[in-house]
Design a binder for this molecule. Structure first.
Ligand code: C2E
Ligand code: CA
Ligand code: CA
Length: 551
């Protein structure tokens, strides 16, 4: 509302083209009406003759010095020789009277015109500055948006190429802010030399360059030129800087689409090209859905935790020696009213990256151990395995909470197992080892999850106190057809034997796999062949109905 008011105001005071002609007509009309008004109210003798100043000043404000002088002369003549001093009885004005007034009108018109020109000049410079990126002097977001409106007004549908500098933060960290600014300037110069003809170039203060084009064809052309000729090496302050660019292209749906909406799509496309390690990518709606889902999850997970909306599913683990169910693994899910059942892979990383990890660990322990106590009172005694990433161990309350819950529910610590998954642990391995030692002293079992993947698995065996290995499902799934996978599974089982550890194969889906695992001496199997993860009540029913599985 405020914006459109200023827009109309600025069109009036900065009239151009056809609109300028309209403003001239309006001013002439005002002058004429002022004349009729003064005449109608009895002639120039009344104070109403000052009404002419309005048109005179507006004339100056809208059309500068010439406009001010012109409207001053016209007003002076209009209120001059043809206008009587008194209408009835008709008394004409003396020459000196109307000529002096004409002089004043011209003076005021001229001054208003001069003042307005200076002010407009200042405002114009200010406007240009506000629309420019301070480092490169290219257009900034505001400037680009303004330009896109101009394209739209000319009937064009815009397209945007967003250019992201890969690892910008690292570059900035390595060469410093000043040289990074110099790098931006060089990139700006290269872009200007390459594509200034086909596109409007801009830089966003939040990072990234933008090519704004009046058509998709031009944007595609500009993109191709940049991909081929923008290059990847720059020299700033004698330092060679190697930069990689990711390009994202998006076309507005129509002329009404807001500039920032199209820019967002182009940014999404550039993220996509970064993730897929491609140079460029064109926006499509599936990318948007994926990102929206990510945003939804990131924003919703805190509330879900507070409202205890997360749910644990349980997947049975089967002894490959006897066919008995010897335990269950608790796997978290988030039943979302709109997105359906969200698997842990989509929200656990979000939890781990934030302080939510502590309330999550606490929720996980409370829910799983409460369930374990319920099963115990139904005479179902088996190991409950919980997934912990390294981040869980950093919660200082985790040990005492476990202890309290075990006491509170009267549980056997040997029936609680922690499956440790590897996430960026390097710096914290000593601290994690300390916590694991304390857990083990209390009798809790420790298993290394996803064994065989990542780089630290062998390192873990050596650094951490461990009771069991879980061979990653990637190898189990492929072992029947891939001799390398088979060799890995076989060696993991042998290694477990050597180290006196229990060994579980996860992801068992076929009967043949069981035979092979048994032959290799694997103790425990877990996978869809036996059962999928189920809600607690179903898992309990399933286990009661399947006391022993025929292998
Ligand atoms: P994981 O610990 O390796 O869990 C096994 C995953 O494989 C589960 O996926 C399970 O549903 C799936 N799975 C089991 N049997 C089969 C099979 O035969 N075939 C196939 N294709 N998949 C099978 P889910 O539930 O999606 O969990 C994924 C990962 O999320 C888990 O991998 C675990 O690393 C993590 N996770 C789950 N719950 C938690 C938790 O409470 N805390 C932490 N930190 N991570 C968790
Ligand atoms: Ca696991
Ligand atoms: Ca696993």
């Amino acid at each position: 509302m405020k914006d459109s008011f200023y827009r109309i105001l600025s069109r009036f005071f900065f009239p151009t083209g056809g609109f300028g002609f309209l403003v001239v007509l309006l001013l002439l009309l005002m002058l004429l009406l002022s004349g009729i008004f003064v005449y109608g109210l009895g002639g120039t003798q009344s104070a109403y003759v000052h009404i002419f100043y309005v048109s005179v000043i507006l004339g100056g404000m809208c059309f500068g010095l010439a406009g001010g002088l012109g409207s001053g002369v016209l007003a002076g003549l209009m209120a001059g020789p043809f206008m009587p001093m008194i209408v009835d009885p008709y008394t004409p004005q003396p020459l000196y009277s109307w000529a002096t007034r004409l002089g004043f009108f011209v003076l005021i018109g001229g001054l208003s015109g001069l003042g307005a020109s200076v002010l407009k000049d200042f405002l114009n410079k200010q406007r240009i500055r506000l629309q420019q990126d301070t480092i490169t002097r290219l257009l900034n977001f505001r400037g680009l948006r303004e330009k896109s409106l101009q394209y739209n007004q000319a009937g064009q549908v815009i397209s945007i190429v967003f250019i992201e500098i890969h690892h910008l933060r690292h570059i900035d960290g390595a060469i410093g802010t000043e040289l990074t600014s110099a790098l931006f300037k060089q990139i700006a110069e290269r872009l200007t030399a390459l594509v200034a003809e086909s596109s409007t170039i801009g830089r966003l203060e939040t990072g990234g360059f933008v090519l704004l084009c009046p058509s998709l064809k031009k944007a595609q052309h500009a993109l191709e030129i940049c991909k081929n000729f923008l290059g990847d090496s720059f020299v700033v302050g004698d330092i060679p800087v190697f930069t990689e660019f990711h390009f994202g292209l998006a076309e507005a749906e129509n002329r009404q689409e807001d500039f920032s909406a199209t820019l967002r799509k182009a940014k999404i496309a550039s993220v996509q090209s970064r993730e897929l390690q491609k140079v460029s990518s064109v926006f499509d709606h599936r990318q948007e859905d994926k990102i929206k889902r990510g945003v939804f999850i990131t924003h919703g997970i805190r509330k879900a935790l507070e409202r205890e909306e997360l749910q644990l599913f349980y997947q049975p683990k089967v002894s490959l020696l006897t066919g008995e169910i010897i335990g269950v693994e608790a796997l978290v899910r988030w039943p979302h009213p709109e997105l359906g059942m969200i698997p842990p892979g989509e929200f656990i990383p979000v939890i781990e990256k934030t302080l939510l990890i502590n309330p999550y660990t606490s929720w996980l322990l409370r829910s799983a151990l409460k369930e374990k106590a319920k099963w115990m009172s139904s005479k179902i005694d088996m190991t409950f395995s919980l997934n912990f990433s390294m981040k869980n161990f950093l919660d200082p309350g985790v040990l005492s909470l476990l202890e309290t819950l075990i006491d509170q529910h009267g549980l056997n610590p040997r029936e609680i197992e922690i499956e440790v998954t590897e996430t960026a642990v390097a710096g914290n391995i000593r601290k994690v080892a300390d916590v694991l030692h304390s857990l083990r002293e209390k009798g809790i079992r420790i298993a290394v999850d996803d064994f065989g993947t990542g780089q630290s698995s062998l390192h873990y065996l050596f650094e951490l106190p461990i009771d069991a290995l879980k061979i990653d499902q990637v190898f189990v799934r492929s072992m029947a057809t891939n001799s390398a996978a088979e060799a890995i599974v076989r060696s993991a089982i042998l290694l477990a034997k050597e180290l006196n550890l229990d060994v579980t194969a996860e992801g068992v889906e076929k009967k043949e796999e069981i035979a092979l695992l048994k032959k290799m001496g694997c103790h425990v199997g877990q996978g869809y062949y036996f059962a999928r993860p189920m809600p607690a009540s179903l898992a309990k029913e399933w286990i009661t109905a399947h006391p022993r599985i025929t292998l």
